[in-house]
Design a protein around this ligand. Structure first.
Ligand code: NAD
Length: 787
């Protein structure tokens, strides 16, 4: 007792890390940085400048030149020119250079840590022990992936020129997350650091030269959001990898619409920190220190929403307040502080205003020290007595501010955790493994930590769902973001003959209805469209769906959510049954394809056989596409689980209508999604005839829905529908541009293709793992063990 008391009275003396070497390096560079283009540092004395300041004291660190549009063009051109030989260098050649970069970063790690702290305001303890070691680990880890690329990704190739844009909260770590995998997979880069924190990127630029990166492979431009916007929309760029706010992510989704670019968006969050009554409360409090007070709360996945079971809420709040009192704020270079400076005065004012405005809606605030604006030190904060609709519970504050709410039951905890437009991360605190493993899959987020928070590693994928963006960084799953399948080639054999309407068919009039919620239903608008045989004769009428029909289909799909929690074995049985029921109608289907599509009997048989085989393939995968256990350096396991995306809309290609309908539906439902299929316009009747097979194969109502009609109109309704989680689309350029732009509203996952991008009859192109990857989203669940 006496001993404890004497500890309480202890104070810490200041232990400042020296910044001498860092300032010397800045002086050598005249405290001015331009652009790295084609291996050379380009400076222009007439450039507009941004001052990069030390946020803890306002001192000027360096002036940064804003890149001009013509400098941007030069950077993109250099990257384009350098790309083929960088890819051709091969995995081993690239591995050696990535390894050299890792070694160089390690050699200069102390200097880099100090530069990072000076520029960003984060405690030196964090840059020294977390940011920089993790950044280095990314280069080591991806040197390994470069070496393995030839064997592990032999059916993939590099994407080309990648634009990478990062925010200011983890400047060098975000750079490493982006640059290491892109380089490993043979891409070249135009990178833009955040205007507030470009210094360590400039240091890295010097290391690139020393590591032997060929000219043009890594280009770095500086500037604010304007040049960022120009870079993202640049026609010479094949992919944009962006980390930053959701609003800017949405604007990039719009500005790149129709450009055929691949996109990864790592955006904001409001992650839940869920504490059950059976949690180790002291461990949870320490977890909060690592979660919301790490990096001053300027962390996209900070556990900023505490959800605590009512029974222990009072106790936990008391412990948190006690802990807050012990947290030390101060000079970022002081080795014994817990929280440093927010990144800028602007950010300080933003956080301060958000909290003040938020409290007008109610809530009780606890801060143990006064808000000081000097040094932009914002105190660790707890806000209680609010509900989940409160602005402070919904909006990302991006500061050291924790809001707390209570729940009574496990299902209420899940509901509250998912009550957010974001879906980046969550942590679950409970000593009961059954409970944690039950809750983790129910949380809509890309990362879930069990009894820990803010764990990261290069071997584990990171990224969000919903408005936290899409795509993964890190882990094997992150590498596919920098690759594209090799050898896609449209079939030259398939040409769609032009229809000229001739005589009416003698057969009885057929009207094929829409298929929604397990029932054949008339289209809401009461309109039908005539479809024709290949010889021009009238074949049948098909329903012409509208916005209401899409809504009904989505609502039916929504009710069928238990499909996702069925076992893979259970789903496989139903897909096998579909194959069985289709195969017994072989002659009828072959005749149908001949009559409708104008193909020969042999071609129709090939399409039919491949369709049955494809159902078998995805029935087989249903219980075998089962994720991974990542090898992160900690005592625990990280499971990378492929989860269904949810409700997936699928706009089918025009050709091979039986095979393409099945090629889309089967992988999606095998992975547990529910689908709304918009079939080929010309051959809609083929997909609608499939209803007879679906109805006799025990497919639960709502799992497969088919809405025929005008592709463009239906695609646009789908893009704007908030309950659709993802969309696959084969359509013309204009339709793709339109849905890419509309879907910016809720950042839906898209997988889009121009019509006829592949030979569907070739299994290598028409049934690859690419389909399963696009039917799933990887969730990484971190589970530490031991004392
Ligand atoms: P921001 O979106 O304002 O800026 C991020 C970067 O984008 C900067 O480099 C900026 O210059 C650039 N930019 C700004 N406008 C642009 C435009 N129109 N087009 C292209 N580029 C543009 O974000 P911020 O305030 O710097 O960073 C904080 C945000 O970043 C938070 O929302 C946080 O959650 C998010 N973040 C997410 C992750 C993640 O992995 N999900 C990681 C870190 C930060």
């Amino acid at each position: 007792m006496t001993l404890l008391k004497s500890y309480e009275n202890l104070d810490y003396s200041e232990a400042l890390e020296s910044s001498k070497e860092a300032h010397e390096w800045l002086e050598i560079n005249d405290r001015r940085f331009g652009q790295l283009i084609n291996g050379k540092f380009i400076s222009n004395k007439d450039s507009k400048l941004i001052a990069s300041l030390n946020p803890s004291n306002g001192d000027l660190l360096a002036n940064i030149e804003i890149a001009s549009s013509s400098q941007l063009d030069l950077a993109v051109e250099a990257a384009r020119k350098a790309q083929p030989s960088w890819e051709l260098l091969g995995g081993h050649g690239r591995a050696k250079i990535l390894y050299a970069l890792a070694r160089l970063m390690q050699k200069h790690s102390r200097l880099i840590s100090v530069l990072e702290t000076l520029d960003n305001g984060k405690p030196i303890r964090e840059s020294r022990d977390i940011d920089i070691p993790l950044a280095i680990r990314h280069f080591y880890h991806h040197a390994g992936w470069a070496q393995l690329q030839g064997k592990d990704f032999s059916s993939y190739q590099s994407i080309g020129v990648v634009a990478q844009i990062v925010p200011w909260n983890f400047p060098l770590l975000m750079l490493s997350w982006k640059i290491a995998p892109a380089l490993a997979m043979g891409n070249t880069i135009v990178f833009k650091a955040a205007e507030q924190t470009p210094i360590t990127a400039m240091f890295f630029a010097h290391l690139c030269e020393q590591a032997g990166i060929p000219p043009g492979v890594v280009n770095m431009i500086n500037g604010d959001g304007n040049i960022g916007a120009e870079l993202a929309a640049h026609k010479g760029v094949d992919k944009v990898a962006f980390t930053g706010s959701t609003a800017v992510g949405q604007s990039i989704r719009k500005s790149t619409a129709g450009q055929g670019k691949k996109l990864t968006l790592e955006l904001g969050g409001k992650s839940a920190f869920i504490v059950f009554e059976d949690a180790d409360l002291d461990a949870a409090v320490e977890g909060l220190v690592d979660s919301i007070w790490f990096n001053q709360g300027e962390v996209c996945c900070a556990g900023s929403r505490l959800l605590v079971q009512a029974e222990v809420a009072e106790d936990l709040h008391l412990r948190i307040k006690q802990r807050i009192k012990q947290l030390r704020l101060g000079s970022p270079l002081n080795k014994s502080i817990d929280l440093g400076s927010l990144v800028s005065k602007t950010q300080f004012n933003r956080v301060n205003k958000m909290v003040k405005d938020g409290l007008k809606h109610g809530g009780e605030i606890y801060q143990a020290c006064d808000i000081q604006s000097e040094g932009n030190l914002y105190p660790p904060t707890l806000i209680t007595d609010i509900d989940s609709s409160h602005p402070l519970a919904q909006e990302e504050i991006f500061g050291p501010v924790l809001v707390s709410m209570t729940f009574r039951t496990q299902s209420e905890a899940v509901e509250l955790a998912n009550n957010s437009r974001y879906g980046l991360a969550a942590s679950i605190w409970s000593e009961n493994i059954n409970r944690t493993m039950d809750v983790a899959p129910k949380i809509k987020a890309g990362v879930v930590w069990i009894n820990c928070h803010n764990q990261f590693d290069a071997s584990c994928g990171f990224g969000g769902v919903k408005e936290s963006g899409f795509g993964r960084e890190g882990g094997k799953e992150g590498l596919y973001e920098y690759l594209k399948p090799k050898g896609l080639k449209p079939s030259s054999k398939i040409t769609l003959s032009k229809i000229t309407e001739t005589a009416k068919n003698d057969a009885i009039d057929r009207t094929l209805k829409l298929y929604i919620g397990g029932k054949q239903v008339r289209p809401d608008g009461g309109h039908s469209i005539a479809t024709f045989n290949a010889d021009g004769r009238h074949a049948a009428y098909v329903g012409s769906g509208n916005r209401k029909d899409i809504r009904n289909a989505v609502s039916a799909a929504s009710k069928a959510s238990s499909w996702g929690s069925q076992s893979g074995h259970g789903r496989a049985q139903i897909i096998y049954f579909l194959a069985e029921n289709l195969s017994v109608r072989e002659s009828e289907w072959i005749q149908r394809l001949v009559t409708l599509c104008g193909v020969t009997k042999k071609q129709a048989k090939a399409e039919f056989d491949e369709s049955v085989s494809r159902l078998f393939t995805y029935a087989a995968w249903a219980d075998k596409y089962d994720g991974a256990v990542h090898n992160a350096p900690y005592r625990g396991i990280t499971m990378a689980l492929p989860e269904p995306i949810g409700i997936l809309a699928q706009i089918a290609p025009e050709e091979l209508p039986l095979l393409t309908s099945i090629s889309l539906i089967a992988p999606a439902i095998a992975m547990g999604n529910r689908v709304v299929l918009v079939p080929s316009e010309r051959f809609a009747s083929v997909a609608l005839e499939l209803v007879q097979i679906i109805e006799t194969s025990d497919v639960p109502a709502g799992v497969i829905n088919i809405v025929s009609g005008n592709k463009r109109e239906l695609a646009e309704q789908i893009a704007g529908h908030a309950e659709i989680d993802g969309t696959w689309c084969w359509a013309d350029k204009e339709t793709i541009a339109s849905i890419e732009s509309i879907s910016a509203i809720d950042l839906k996952r898209l997988w889009v293709h121009e019509d006829s991008d592949r030979d569907w009859l070739d299994p290598a192109q028409g049934e690859s793992l690419e389909f399963l990857r696009n039917a799933t989203e990887v969730k990484n669940i971190w589970t530490p063990y031991g004392d």
